[in-house]
Design a protein around this ligand. Structure first.
Ligand code: GMT
Length: 383
């Protein structure tokens, strides 16, 4: 197949999933064309059958906001026509599903371009609900020939808030490359991150308000009172200054390291002893899954799709949003009992490999594409 892929190229789970999926599809013999405004962050080096098409954006003094949705539609249209794409898979509905729909309309009737849209999270639960986006999001996703959601939770939210019939949405969970995300692989930076042999607690995110990074610091503060540990924060975003301020306020500067954005998260997660994800909301929690693949138990919030990824008491523990005391106590319990940690670590890896490995999930996407191409999945409302 010749597959177009559109995603946000910046750090974030949807771009990570889109890129890993594209690369694995190329490994499986498909031709993959990424169409975005920059090279996706996990796309590096030469890969056979992988192409990148940059969206060209003209600037004009009249535009206070350049119309990216239109420029993307043109780029999808052009790539589809020139490279004879069989389908376009867009990740994150806004504005990608709309641009894909415009491109499809522009191509018709010379060419059919089936659209698969994967819903990732805030495109449905937050941004998509805003009055300026709600109608166009509903309109566009209903015009995709294939529609997937990364969790049952996200599917149900889409049914409730956008009136999409449940049978039109296929739940295909996110996945992890369990060969690369593996505690036993090298390199691992344990002795650089924790030279004194401390336990390594990690959080990886885009530091947006929804991640509650100050809760990460509060949970760690409670843990650090009784366990020798270091907190490694990976990523960057608007709440980083808040997290830095909290670390200083709690006198934790010597125990916390801010690494900023990092391309090889797998290398870091390999030495993670405990992963913290106390989010306000999370449609899936890809970062938690990547940590689990590396054998790290997870302390997270009982919210959204996290319950589908982290079975309570087995690979980690889940708590109400904001309950930093309970999360801190659970962190102490896991890290101070060697047997308990070993059990949870093994279970985390087992769940990642057994349910969410790339080897299992990528063929599910492939089969879904075939269904879409055969016209057997989620028929669009319009032609
Ligand atoms: O929706 C977002 O916040 C952006 C998106 C991203 O690009 O990181 O995150 C969502 O998609 C990820 C990949 O499917 C999921 O693992 C995250 O849980 C989800 N974020 C939220 O629901 C807040």
């Amino acid at each position: 197949m010749k597959i177009g892929v559109t995603c946000y190229p910046t750090y974030g789970g949807s771009g990570a999933v889109a890129t890993e999926l594209g690369l694995m599809l190329a490994d499986r013999g498909h031709e993959v064309h990424f169409i975005s405004y920059a090279v996706p962050f996990r796309l590096s080096g030469f890969r056979e059958r992988v192409f990148y098409h940059e969206v060209e954006m003209a600037q004009y003094p009249l535009f206070e906001h350049a119309p990216f949705t239109l420029a993307l539609a043109v780029a999808i249209h052009e790539t589809a026509a020139k490279c004879e794409l069989d389908l376009i898979h867009v990740h994150y509905a806004i504005p990608h599903a709309t641009s894909a729909w415009i491109a499809r309309e522009m191509l018709y009737p010379e060419r059919e371009l089936p659209i698969v849209t994967t819903l990732h999270g805030t495109d449905i639960t937050l941004v998509g609900l805003h009055p300026s986006f709600h109608k166009i999001t509903g309109f566009s996703i209903l015009r995709s020939q294939g529609l997937t959601a990364v969790s049952e939770y996200l599917r149900d939210e889409t049914v409730r808030d956008f009136g999409v019939p449940q049978d039109r949405i296929r739940v295909i969970p996110n996945f992890v490359n369990t060969e690369r995300y593996d505690r036993d692989k090298e390199p691992c930076h344990r002795w650089t991150l924790a030279p004194g042999g401390e336990k390594i607690v990690m959080h990886v995110s885009n530091f947006r308000a929804v991640k509650r990074v100050t809760d990460v610091v509060d949970v760690f503060a409670r843990l650090a009172r009784s366990v020798r540990a270091r907190l490694v924060l990976v990523g960057d975003g608007p709440d980083r200054p808040l997290a830095i301020a909290r670390v200083e306020e709690l006198g934790l500067k010597d125990k916390v390291v801010f690494l900023g954005r990092h391309d090889s998260v797998d290398e870091l997660l390999r030495c993670c002893d405990l992963f913290l994800l106390p989010s306000q909301s999370e449609s899936f929690g890809l970062a938690a899954l990547e940590a689990m693949a590396c054998g790290a138990p997870v302390i997270a919030t009982r919210t959204g799709g996290l319950v589908e990824v982290i079975p309570e008491g087995i690979a980690g523990n889940l708590f109400p949003v904001g309950d930093v005391e309970a999360m801190g106590d659970a962190a102490i319990a896991v890290l101070s009992d060697r047997n308990r940690w070993r059990r949870m670590s093994a279970a985390a890896r087992e769940i990642a490999v057994g349910h969410f490995s790339a080897k299992r999930v990528v063929p599910v996407y492939e089969a879904y594409y075939r269904e879409v191409l055969a016209g057997r999945a989620a028929p669009a409302l319009a032609k």
